[in-house]
Design a protein around this ligand. Sequence first.
Ligand code: AMP
Ligand code: GLY
Length: 422
Amino acid sequence: MKILVLGSGGREDALVWKISQSPLVSKIYCAPGNGGICSREKTECLPFKTEDVSKLADFALKEKVDLTVVGPEAPLVAGIADLFEQKGLKVFGPKRAGARLEGSKVFAKDFMERYGIPTAFHKTFEDSRVARDYALDNLPLVVKADGLAGGKGAIVCKTKEEAEKAIERIMVRKEFGPSGERVVIEEFLEGEEATFMILTDGNRVIALPPAQDHKAVFDGDKGPNTGGMGAYAPAPVVDEERKKEIIEKIVKPTLDGLEREGIDYRGCLYFGLMLTKRGPCVLEFNCRFGDPEIQPLVMLMESDIVPFLKGAADGKLKGEIKWKEGAAVCVIMASGGYPGRYEKGKEIKGLDEVSKMKDVVVFNAGVSRENGILKTAGGRVLAVTARADNLKQAIGLAYQAVDKISFENEHHRTDIGRKALK
Ligand code: AMP
Ligand code: GLY
């Protein structure tokens, strides 16, 4: 089989790494990929952006690509799966109608209301003054840009000043562009967060082990939200009983809702959950694998991933995924300044030594290669991932690897996974 992976981050490298181990696969293309992804086995990076949808489709047809796996949300929300399907190409990832669960917070909230899926109480606003008046009377709360914002469009506000500033940034200054034309303002929920991802072909569901992301930039969940500073799996806060509750109260009604609305959803559906006193509530849906949650999960996956990706795309999801015992942890090494402004082009050192470590894989996120030298090229640079017999050992191993790697102004959280040890 020939597989095309779209995207350029740590998630895509994790997918390429896992797919490359499949005996079913002879060739992997990754567009645009990055300076690290192109050195994975069987892999070639292509000079196309994920927005170059027609060029990508032409390429896939010409090269007889058997399956395209879409990493990030933006091309799905823009309808890449619709166009590929029209051309007879197979895609892992939902069409535009399904991707709206992530592409519009207003749609997602209304959908949850229609199908009784537990979530935070919310109101939608199009006028910044009305939003402001409401916010000042209902603190603490969360202000969310309606559209895509790279994981940075949800702002938790505890004070009047924070609420005013959030509305100003999203609706008036339009920091997230047209994504901020409408906002959802929702009740602040207290609890622990968890990521619950499923694979689906529209009918069958395979749940992945629950994971936990660390969205805030600094230790102790302090500072602004990022795309995710580290993750681990499995997350013990989601025990068997909770898992059943999540499937009954959240996953099933979501899939029933999709079916009722005539939405044929094929791919990964990500439930971002808050485990509250009144039970699990949905904070957000994502229409693709979590980044960095998929990094520890691919290291725990014993089975070949390809039949499952292909099965979901074909509407013929079969069998069960086998998982390794133990736990895996991913620590993000980021550029100083991220999620705000940061510099690029810093040489990354120490990777050779880490490549000799057993059960450690460094996934390439924001990197480029210049004259054979790997350099920083993004906010989240590396996703250093380790697997071990238990979480404590996996954390230890991941940080041993992190300690061997360096670049100027590098920063990472030192407490990834620690919450689960308590
Ligand atoms: P979202 O993009 O909607 O997942 O929000 C990003 C992050 O903001 C979440 O991972 C939470 O940490 C936080 N968050 C979002 N909604 C809420 C809420 N209703 N209550 C508390 N925290 C929230
Ligand atoms: N790690 C959160 C996300 O992928 O949206």
